[in-house]
Structures are given as structure tokens and as C-alpha cells.
Design a protein around this ligand. Sequence first.
Ligand code: PAF
Length: 300
Amino acid sequence: MDVVIVGAGSVGLLLGSYLSESGIKVTMVVRREEQASELNKNGIRRVNEDGSESFLGVHATTIIPTDNASSVWIIAVKYIDLQKLLIQLDSLEIKNPMLFIQNGLDHYSMANATSIPHLAFATVEHGARRLDDNTVQHNGVGLVTIGAGRGDSTLFDIVENAHSKSFPVTRHVDAEFVLMRKVLINCMINPLTAILEVENGGLLTNPSCHELFVTLYDELINAFPEMKPHLSLEAVSAVCQNTAHNKSSMLSDRLAGRPMEIKTIITAVIEKAHALHKNVPLLAMLEKMLFAIESKGEQL
Ligand code: PAF
């Protein structure tokens, strides 16, 4: 069995590199011909944490493959591009097992509304930065957690089998739990790093950033106390520490003038808290600040 990865941003390239390294045949589906030919010519160049470089061969195409019935697909496009992609996959009648790796919560119902029989959702805690069309910088090792969705979850063993020290992969029986835990981590890290323009490590080293980070942690854990045993302050701090030199996806989006995934990460959590009659005033203020930054249409 081989793997098709749709989307070659930082996380798509990082996953592609590790899956290829583990011996899997990887096909990357990308939007631009230039990126496809660069990947076909030179493979994925991964700059490792110690500065060394790895070159991993992949096949790349701009055309959605329809002749790949036995492959597992990883959907690595940004949330904003997902709806269009799902319509395209549906019209091509593609029913391969699909692993969705978006940040946030909104893609869960979107994917479940499709007729794809085998679905899973993974969270990615790596720090990664795309440097150019075929280069990804691995800025911090984190866990990939695959949460079972519907259908046969053993079909996703191929991804779990690529587990290594630099690419740890684990499984969980409940995708909704996995996504909720990760979105809380993103709510604790991403808005502060994007607004304050600090790398993830800044939330630990800058005293004022750290105070805000701890206040936000307390607010969110009070709103979702059932997550406390699964998400200690130490665990979220460890994500910041492991990805200390990484710009969060929200900060990277801000710096690149892209939409910051505010709705699927932050609004979705605020709505969940409100449904439980819990107030999350700090997160709500950060949401407004991010919307204000986004609507200014800045290009930093
Ligand atoms: O969104 C991100 O940037 C990542 O999920 C994480 C784990 C916070 C690392 O930067």
C-alpha cells in the first residue's frame, strides 16, 4: 500500500519526508506545476533539527490520481481549501481511506458529511516550516496522534508503522477527543504567538507572555475540566519547549498575509465553551484582536 498526500505545505512536506524515509511510496498532489517538477526532480529536502539535511524521493503531480485504489490518502490542505477539495474528490468518486490533519474542529463535521467510507483524523504537534517548494525545516519533534473516525481504522496502520524517534506516531480510539485536546493546545499557543509575534518558546521565556499563557491555560482548563488529566500545563509547555524556535501556524499565516484559521481553532472552542455555559473572556478577546488584525489586511 502507498500513500497519497494532498497538499505540500509545511506539514504535508514533513509527513511526506518521514513516510518516504520509512520506505513508503509517496505521491504528493500539489497545486502548481513548478512545485510538482521541483519535487519530482529533487525530492523533499528536510532540514533536520541538528542542521543536517535529508533528501527523500517522492512522486508529485498536479492531477488528482484516480487510479490509486489501494492507497491511503492524507489530506494536508489548509482548512480554507478543504470544502473545494472534498467536492472535487466526490465528483471523481474517490473513496480511498482518508486521514485528515487540519488544525481546529470544523473539518470534523465536513469530512463526516462525505460518503468516504474510512475516515481518521490526526493531530500533528511537530514544529515545521516550509522554506521553499521542496524544503521543509523540522523545528521540533512532536507527536502525531491518529484518532479513529469511521470505518476500518487498521487501514491507517501504514502511517503508524512509519513511527520513529524523530517521527513518533500514536493512536487513539476517539477522533473527537484527539481533536479537542489538540485544539486546546492551539488555543493556548497560536493566538498569543500570532498577536505578540513571538516564536512558541517566547511563551515560556518572556515573563509577560508566560503570564498570559498560564492565564489562558487556566481559563480553558476551567471551561473543559474533563481535559485536565489529559492536558497538564507541563504538557502544553512541553509543546512550546519542543517547538521553541517554531513560528506557530497562526503566526506564519499572519506573516504571510494568509487567513489565520481563527474560526476553526478559536471560534469553535468559544462556541463549545458557551454551549457548556462557560465564559472564556481572554480567548474571546484574543479572537477579536485576531479578527481585527486580519481585517486590517496587513502584510507584515
Ligand atoms: O499550529 C501550530 O503551529 C502547531 O500545531 C503547534 C504544535 C502549536 C506548533 O507550532
